[in-house]
Design a protein around this ligand. Structure first.
Ligand SMILES: Cc1cc2nc3c(=O)[nH]c(=O)nc-3n(C[C@H](O)[C@H](O)[C@H](O)COP(=O)(O)OP(=O)(O)OC[C@H]3O[C@@H](n4cnc5c(N)ncnc54)[C@H](O)[C@@H]3O)c2cc1C
Length: 396
């Protein structure tokens, strides 16, 4: 077992770091949007940056060259993801969804035309897809989804409602799960489609999140007609494609790097701040808290490395992705809560206060980290997956 990166990989990391230093726009640093805090202004900056990364081949570095990738190794992809997350580069979470979850599924299941049309555009940074999975009565039990797609001539006609659709109001396409056979067992009659969000019959209604930002949406489909070629993979076998896409979704390699940066900022704060005449860094409880965070984040990083290693060996992470997701989501929540204890009342101040500390990032993280163990499947569901697929325990 060799835990070192190769010399070539270390050179690549430096190259990425250098490039990011030059390319992250000052305006983005000033806006400083955290997870789920995007505005139209930050979204525009993120889209511009996404295209820049695309031009460099670094948006989708592991994709096959024929679809706009560089065929970089999974370890280099991990390095890139770590550096992007650590540097807080202008990338919305929807870019992550599009590049790392949806497009790899198109590569696996799509037609040649879909790969040429969508995957190449994703690699260039030209398009964003949102996820149309959850419905008012289908979240954890996603196979209960009721949105219908009926084949009529050369088209499918879609009717139904999706909810919690992140950035659906800004996305170009929806990666939609719909029921194509209502008589089959609930896992059997589902298919996946790519739907242009500008298609007539789609209505988008905002849902405001805990950070008071518009990130989610309800999306209504009323007789939405899409060409037959919008079907991805086999009709009625969408559930199996969806499960694989969710495993991509749960790999979450960038979270540990982003959290590392936050822990380093807390350490700096503890060193530079005195309370009752004593540096916070001398307080045994605070030292203990910071040390514990460092241990937990290191474990999270190793779990993410394991996922990258599995990809590099051509293996398909399954319950391992769930383990990584459960652990990092809890480490992030722990970091935010520990940060609040370290900052004391200053932690409660928002960015517009002149007394705000660390640009209120800890408080914002406290709120946004609540969602990390829910989106893409709650931690309870991830634990069920670990129990069944990882430990071989019975379904019930
Ligand atoms: C930030 C964020 C972004 C999201 N973005 C999208 C998106 O872009 N597209 C999309 O389609 N969806 C999205 N979602 C929705 C997300 O996938 C669902 O919220 C999630 O799957 C849970 O479903 P639910 O909210 O319906 O909760 P429910 O399924 O109703 O669950 C409620 C509670 O019961 C628990 N529970 C349910 N079943 C079980 C069980 N079998 N065993 C143990 N506990 C159980 C759950 O863990 C949860 O605590 C997003 C959610 C969040 C928070």
């Amino acid at each position: 077992m060799d835990f070192k990166f190769t010399e070539d990989e270390e050179v690549f990391r430096l190259e990425v770091r250098q490039w990011l230093k030059q390319e992250i726009p000052q305006k983005w640093i000033e806006l400083d949007p955290g997870i789920w805090e995007e505005t139209e202004e930050s979204w525009t900056l993120a889209r511009e940056f996404q295209r820049k990364l695309g031009q460099k081949g670094w948006l989708a570095p592991s994709y096959p060259k024929e679809y706009g990738g560089l065929e970089l190794s999974h370890m280099k992809r991990l390095i890139l993801a770590e550096e992007l997350a650590y540097s807080r580069a202008p990338l919305s979470i929807e870019v992550e969804v599009t590049v790392n979850w949806v497009a790899p599924s198109i590569i696996l299941f799509g037609t040649e035309k879909q790969k040429k049309d969508y995957v190449s555009s994703v690699a260039k940074g030209d398009i964003i897809l949102c996820l149309g999975y959850s419905e008012p009565n289908a979240g954890s039990d996603l196979a209960s989804l009721q949105t219908r797609a009926v084949e009529v001539g050369d088209e499918y006609v879609i009717n139904g409602q999706k909810t919690w659709c992140s950035y659906g109001h800004l996305a170009d396409y929806c990666w939609l799960a719909a029921r194509t056979d209502p008589d089959a067992s609930k896992h059997e009659g589902i298919s996946i489609f790519i739907v242009d969000m500008k298609t007539p019959g789609i209505t988008i209604r905002p849902l405001i999140n805990i950070l008071n930002r518009h990130s989610f949406n309800e999306v209504f489909f009323d007789d939405v007609r899409i060409p037959k070629e919008s079907l991805v993979g086999q009709k009625n076998k969408g559930w199996y494609q969806l499960v694989i896409a969710l495993d991509f979704e749960r790999s979450s390699i960038g979270y540990a790097a982003a959290n590392q940066r936050l822990i380093e900022e807390l350490i700096k704060y503890a060193k530079e701040t005195t309370r009752s005449g004593e540096p916070l860094a001398n307080d045994p409880l605070i030292r203990n808290e910071l040390a514990q965070l460092a241990v937990e984040n290191e474990v999270a990083r190793m779990m993410a490395y394991r996922i990258a290693w599995m990809f590099s060996k051509g293996l398909h992470p399954s319950y391992e992705s769930s383990m990584s997701m459960v652990f990092i989501s809890e480490v992030m929540r722990h970091t935010a809560n520990a940060g609040m204890r370290i900052l004391g009342h200053y932690g409660e101040l928002d960015r517009d206060s002149k007394w705000a500390v660390m640009n209120a990032r800890i408080m914002r993280m406290c709120l946004s980290s609540l969602s990390i163990g829910v989106g893409g499947g709650s931690n309870e569901i991830q634990r069920n997956i670990i129990a069944m697929r990882g430990l071989g325990l019975p379904r019930k």
